[in-house]
Write a protein that binds this ligand. Structure first.
Ligand SMILES: Cc1cc2nc3c(=O)[nH]c(=O)nc-3n(C[C@H](O)[C@H](O)[C@H](O)COP(=O)(O)O)c2cc1C
Length: 202
């Protein structure tokens, strides 16, 4: 079948991350964003695609800071309360019944109950017609111990990341359940060695 080009996300499961920000008046804001991606290994940049009329974008423009909260599928009932239009003066933590988790390096708080928190400083904004790409530098990445394997990788079954697949009528919430296949990065290179290996040593 051939589909309309804008139906991309019907065939490309996307994460639903909750972006928390503070306005210049100190109002707490939360919005779900699915257009989000890390920018190249091993950089510490993360990119969000934002429509122009977003309090999130205004707050990031004004304050230069945001938290990317990664949540489990149990947060699906928080998507609509935070995605629905609410005026900039509304506290969206209160509105969605969410509690804050204080950040360590930036002013905007993260969300309690998320399984990972990326504290980000604005790096650059790329504005084009109808959208802006927000490039953030991840200053601190914290992951809840409960969702880590003893080897320090994500335990997918415990994290149960909230994701979505789009359709003509709406969003199907979903998750990823299987990470059993594994290939070392080195296999991409002729000598079998990952040139970035040393970057990953803590
Ligand atoms: C699952 C989901 C994903 C979304 N992803 C994005 C996104 O990537 N970029 C965007 O600009 N809006 C996205 N939205 C819409 C915003 O979340 C929504 O407009 C929200 O009210 C913006 O809140 P704010 O004005 O407080 O920033 C998404 C909505 C949902 C339900």
């Amino acid at each position: 079948m051939i589909f309309k080009p804008f139906m991309r996300e019907g065939f490309m499961p996307l994460p639903i991350a909750f972006i928390s920000t503070l306005s210049k008046d100190g109002v707490r804001n939360i919005a779900p964003y699915s257009c989000i991606m890390p920018v190249l290994r091993p950089l510490d940049l993360i990119c969000l695609a934002s429509a122009e009329k977003r309090d999130t974008l205004t707050n990031i423009r004004d304050m230069d800071q945001f938290v990317v909260n990664l949540v489990g599928a149990d947060f699906s009932d928080k998507v609509i309360p935070t995605a629905k239009f609410s005026p900039p003066e509304a506290d969206e933590f209160e509105l969605a019944g969410l509690s804050e988790k204080a950040s360590k390096t930036i002013a905007p708080p993260g969300i309690k109950g998320a399984y990972a928190w990326m504290e980000c400083e604005l790096a650059t904004l790329h504005q084009d017609r109808g959208y802006t790409l927000i490039m953030g530098k991840v200053c601190r990445l914290e992951v809840a111990d409960e969702v880590l394997t003893p080897q320090g990788t994500l335990d997918l079954k415990k994290a149960c990341p909230l994701m979505m697949i789009g359709s003509e009528k709406g969003m199907h919430y979903c998750t990823a359940t299987d990470m059993d296949q594994f290939t070392p990065f080195g296999q991409m290179f002729p000598d079998g060695k990952d040139p970035l290996e040393k970057k990953y040593v803590i």
